[in-house]
Design a protein around this ligand. Structure first.
Ligand code: NAD
Length: 735
């Protein structure tokens, strides 16, 4: 047995080698330079040693591998800058190309070394690790539900650059291959096998043997595409079949990405070009595109926000260090309505005990029924067993008696959004809980410090703000009131970690962080409508800018009536100047005259016919007092307005001290309201444009559309000093 640092290497009596990837000091295997080195040595050993028939690769960890170390990719970018400075752009480009094709060449060597390689996968095998699998001649997956394979690189602005695009496109029909590569989805074992991406599925303890048996039984060391007579699954690119694929593929690409994601465009290019070339050249084309994409600002922005920052936040970057780990076992949820029922579900689903309280047991039971329904849906899809549902329901105790909260470690209230009701509930809860129990409110509009005034223990009072639908939305906003203490913050963060969501910590403010930006987006849509712009173009501009839905659709989802309610409350509390009169006129007409509340009553900016597709309400234009000809609409400007207004609001939250860490605004904006992910988030949008250019854009919009586009002082200072949000944060940390 030869021991490498990252692999155990042994040869059995049949002459079959087993390379077990098991990195020391790491909980998960990742591809690093050293791993690549050692893998190369293993390949050469297998290729050259006549006594070795072939090799099985597996993992010694609970899971296979998440792929390449993204910080390694980031450092090759830094190295590019260094070479560019010292030797010029061309030398730097050559360097990056050579650097970024190392892994691809290594896998190709494995594929063509003359000996069969098989891979036995249990757990997660993603990105560069799955590309390794694709280069192996035989792939067997464990039949365990947690086993997942896939190429999720597009989710961080990259694409599979170690042969993934070429091998997938040679294993599957082109249309399916493109879909899989565009989406970056993770596939379950049977799905992967049915799609032709794996050869076999076997019980966990038999995967290595299955792989060995395949070698023993004469498994071929030649990949299908290296065999004589190989035919592409969808025939040649320039063929009648190819012509059925490529024109629509372009259209689908545009529809899905609005051309905002260079990495996805690169997939289209590499597959299109690669399928017309022999494998080695095809891989070279892929590498060229990969080096180009590695240098894109979209990849830099997405890696930073959606990988590095998100990981930091998930690991507790904002957790007060001095508070020892908390032990949360039982959580009280007061208010079993729309939100409370879902909070109870995600909490019980994390294995915690829940006490679900409402005004009477029937109401609490109704809330619990939501969990029953969700689990039953899972069972129907084959993702859970009846026993799982029973166990989860067992963990939720319903009650109308507050004394049942006595042994809770954390209580979250989600009762009506009414300060009087909340005050009453706060008193009742505090009379029942242990003195060390943390108490949180899920309010979306009431300042936490205000609610804390009715609490007798404001240091233990905090906001835990969920987004709807709770089961799907990965973000949770944690709001610190003026007096919120570290123990409360640590407990809230530990809880969010237990339910596997991503937290951001914000200081108290009206609307906190996410809803402030969302309201700005919706307001801009309303104002465009009052300017006479066609509704369909407003909606399209939102999507083209990279938002998941247009501003009018979004308003329908959250409720047009809720929009009017918030506007009225703002006017009552802060005065006329705090609202925009045109918006009030529009919403009043829609809600109070037309009874259009949004999707909830099937009538909002859109109509929602029973069983049919939603469509813009045809009479909407009658509420517009003027109409701009579609030909005169500047779509680019609409897109800018819709993103700038949100980014400006995010910048204001930094200026006001609501957001204290730019990572939280960026992650929060993408996870909370889908802010154009390719930008890296609402603050990265400004940083990558540059504060100076952003301020100039704001000035242009301010002149045309009014004071809401006035850049705040913070941005003027940043523009004058050439600063970025991340640069400022780093300087502050270093100080
Ligand atoms: P909801 O009306 O669906 O549910 C409120 C529940 O509280 C009802 O079941 C009601 O019976 C119960 N309740 C009222 N008074 C009570 C009392 N004294 N004791 C016990 N239970 C009582 O409302 P919702 O949409 O679930 O909102 C609840 C909270 O969550 C609000 O603070 C709201 O701002 C916040 N929130 C809502 C959303 C959303 O999308 N709806 C999103 C984030 C936060």
């Amino acid at each position: 047995m030869t021991n490498f640092t990252n692999f155990r290497f042994e040869i059995d009596a049949d002459g079959i080698a087993l390379a077990t990837w098991d990195m020391k000091d790491r909980s998960m295997n990742v591809i690093t330079n050293q791993v690549m080195d050692e893998l190369s040595q293993i390949i050469e050993k297998v290729a050259s040693d006549e006594a070795i028939k072939g090799c099985v690769i597996t993992s010694g960890k609970e899971t296979f591998s998440g792929g390449a170390d993204l910080t390694m990719l980031q450092s090759s970018n830094a190295e590019f800058m260094r070479v560019a400075k010292e030797k010029g752009e061309e030398a730097a480009n050559t360097f990056l190309f050579e650097e970024s094709r190392k892994l691809s060449l290594l896998y190709r060597r494995l594929e063509t070394c003359g000996k069969p390689f098989a891979i036995a996968i249990h757990g997660v095998c993603l990105g560069g690790a799955f590309e390794l699998a694709l280069a192996c001649h035989f792939r067997v997956l464990s039949d365990v539900d947690s086993t997942r394979v896939g190429l999720p690189e597009v989710k961080v602005g990259l694409f599979p650059g170690a042969g993934g695009t070429q091998r997938v496109a040679r294993l599957m029909q082109t249309g399916d291959a493109l879909q899989m590569l565009f989406k970056g989805e993770q596939l379950r074992p049977l799905m992967a096998r049915n799609m032709g991406l794996a050869h076999a599925v076997a019980p966990r303890d038999q995967i290595v043997q299955t792989a060995k048996d395949w070698i023993k039984n004469g498994g071929s060391a030649v990949a299908p595409w290296d065999q004589k007579g190989y035919k592409l699954p969808s025939n040649k690119v320039y063929s009648a079949a190819g012509m059925q694929i490529w024109p629509p593929a372009n259209a689908i690409y545009r529809r899905e990405t609005q051309d905002n994601y260079p990495a996805i465009r690169a997939i289209l290019e590499t597959v299109y070009q690669g399928l017309q070339l022999p494998m080695d050249l095809a891989l070279k084309v892929e590498s060229r595109w990969f080096a180009k994409i590695l240098r894109s600002k979209e990849a830099a922005a997405m890696i930073r926000t959606l990988f590095l920052s998100m990981q930091d936040l998930n690991k507790g970057a904002r957790r007060p260090k001095d508070v020892p780990p908390t032990s949360i076992k039982k959580v009280g949820v007061v208010g079993a309505g729309f939100m409370g029922a879902s909070v109870a579900y995600v909490t019980a689903n994390a294995g915690l005990q829940v006490v679900l309280i409402d005004r009477d047991v029937e109401a609490a039971e109704k809330g619990k029924a939501h969990s029953h329904k969700l689990m039953s849906d899972q069972i129907m899809k084959g993702r859970a067993k009846t026993a799982d549902r029973d166990a989860l329901l067992e963990r939720i105790k319903t009650s109308a008696d507050y004394s049942d909260l006595a042994d809770c470690d954390l209580v979250i209230e989600a009762v009506f959004e009414d300060p009087k009701v909340k005050a009453e509930v706060i008193q009742k809860v505090e009379a029942a809980i242990r003195p060390d129990c943390i108490f949180a409110s899920n309010t979306s509009t009431l300042p936490i410090s205000g609610l804390a005034k009715t609490s007798k223990n404001a240091g233990q009072f905090i906001g835990i703000h969920f987004f709807s639908p709770v089961e799907k939305m990965m973000l949770v906003e944690i709001i610190k009131g003026k007096e919120t203490g570290d123990k409360a913050l640590a407990t809230a963060l530990d809880y969010v970690r237990l339910i596997k969501k991503t937290p951001i910590v914000v200081n108290d403010s009206r609307g906190f962080f996410a809803n402030r930006c969302v309201l700005a987006y919706i307001l801009e849509g309303h104002l465009m409508l009052t300017e006479g712009l066609p509704a369909a173009m407003i909606e399209q501009a939102g999507k083209q800018a990279g938002m998941p839905v247009g501003p009018l659709s979004l308003n329908d989802e959250v409720g047009v009536d809720l929009g009017l309610k918030i506007l009225k409350a703002t006017k009552a509390q802060l005065g006329d100047a705090a609202i925009v009169p045109q918006q009030e006129v529009l919403l009043t007409a829609l809600v109070e005259k037309e009874g259009r509340f949004g999707r909830k009553n099937r009538k909002g900016f859109y109509d929602y016919p029973e069983g049919g597709q939603k469509r813009l309400w045809p009479e909407l234009k009658n509420l517009q007092t003027k109409h701009v000809e579609p030909e005169l609409v500047d779509m680019q400007e609409l897109k800018e307005r819709l993103l700038v207004t949100q980014a400006l609001e995010a910048a204001r939250t930094v200026e006001e001290g609501v957001i204290t860490d730019p990572r939280e605004a960026d992650v929060g904006s993408i996870l909370g309201f889908g802010f154009a992910p390719y930008t890296g988030g609402a603050l990265s949008y400004i940083d990558f444009m540059g504060a100076k250019a952003f301020v100039e854009l704001c000035r242009k919009l301010q002149e045309k559309y009014g004071e809401r586009f006035a850049p705040p002082k913070l941005l003027l200072d940043m523009a004058a000093n050439g600063e970025t949000f991340y640069g400022r944060a780093a300087a502050k940390k270093a100080a």
